[in-house]
Design a protein around this ligand. Structure first.
Ligand code: DAH
Length: 336
């Protein structure tokens, strides 16, 4: 048997192998126990003695050659995905989700962080108070008497307390932090308090039973309304852009005197402009200072409170507050 011919034939055969079945047929034909190599090996006894050595060497290299060709083809076939009928396995995969997409802060938290940084530049530090609060801190000490309509059971989440315990509620405003801070800290006090508040409002595009407020409080000697206006104006221009204007409208809150609501004027690229109410503010009522043992003859202060969702929606052009809390990542990812 001509070994060179055998190697050539095997080379041609292996090149035509395209499936595991064909590969197995090749193996049986050349490498099997009754295969051509075995036959060539059996043939050695018919080779004249003086040529046996050379024949043996050629046989070894033929074996090696064919075995290697077989193994390489096998590796290549194993690496190919199994063909599934009707599926083009060479088509690029569909990107359903990117497993390497890093996590990110929620848009509300992003904005709270911006606000914290912004007010820190004006000397405000961050304070916190409980979301589960008593009526003293949420209302009483803030000069909101028991018969005030804001304390109505239908407008607040009161919590059934065990008999004898102080009645509790989910805070309806972050103003409770004003009291918490002044109870534990002597003026000068300059804090902001971002946090959740709760009201049993019917949910719609602009209302939610839970939302976030940012409270501000500055108490020191000689704090005036001018300081308040400057602070609000600086905040609005840093947050929304230098071109926005602010205005105060007289209002009433039990814990401030005088009180105002503040609006920001946004100008559309078309030239039209619109005033949007952002929050309430005023000079801290002397009754509030007295309730926490601060002498109103010596100290004065200003306070303000704004709705965080409202300014986030304004800033990012979000029309429906529910989008902020449904936590659909396709929505939230837009703001990363
Ligand atoms: N707490 C008020 C609210 O929830 C907002 C507010 C108004 C806060 C005036 C203040 C303030 O600190 O001075 O409607």
């Amino acid at each position: 048997m001509d070994l060179a011919q055998l190697v050539n034939a095997a080379g041609a055969d292996i090149a035509a192998v395209e499936s595991p079945e064909q590969l197995e047929a090749f193996r049986i034909k050349y490498l099997g126990v009754k295969g051509l190599l075995k036959q060539a090996s059996d043939h050695i006894k018919n080779v004249p003695a003086d040529q046996r050595r050379a024949y043996g060497q050629s046989l070894n290299s033929a074996k090696q050659n064919i075995t290697e060709a077989f193994q390489q083809r096998k590796l290549a076939l194993d690496a190919q995905p199994a063909a599934v009928s009707g599926v083009d396995v060479t088509e690029p995969g569909q990107v359903r989700c990117d497993p390497y997409r890093p996590g990110a802060l929620h848009i509300i938290q992003e904005n709270i962080d911006d606000l914290i940084e912004l007010f820190a530049r004006m000397g405000f530090s961050v304070a916190e108070g409980p979301e589960l609060e008593d009526e003293f801190h949420n209302f009483e000490a803030l000069n909101v008497p028991a018969d005030h309509p804001a304390r109505h059971p239908l407008d607040n989440f009161y919590i059934d307390a065990p008999a004898g315990d102080l009645p509790l509620m989910l805070r309806s405003q972050t103003s409770n932090v004003q009291i918490r801070v002044l109870e534990s800290q002597k003026p000068p006090v300059r804090i902001i308090a971002p946090g959740r508040v709760y009201r049993p409002d019917t949910v719609d595009a602009t209302h939610s039973f839970m939302f976030h407020q940012l409270e501000g409080l500055y108490v020191d000697r000689h704090v005036t309304l001018v300081d308040l206006k400057t602070c609000i104006d600086l905040f609005a221009r840093s947050f929304f852009g230098e071109s926005v204007r602010t205005r105060f409208r007289p209002s009433f809150f039990p814990f401030t005197e005088p009180s105002a609501e503040f609006d920001v004027q946004f100008t559309h690229s078309s030239g039209s402009s619109r005033w949007v109410e952002l929050g309430g503010c005023g000079m801290v009522d002397p009754n509030v200072l007295q309730a926490v043992g601060v002498d109103p003859q010596v100290y004065s202060g200003f306070a303000f409170g704004l709705g965080i969702e409202r300014i986030v929606m304004r800033r990012h052009g979000i029309a429906d507050i529910r989008d902020l809390f449904q936590n659909d990542v396709r929505f939230l990812r837009q703001f990363i």
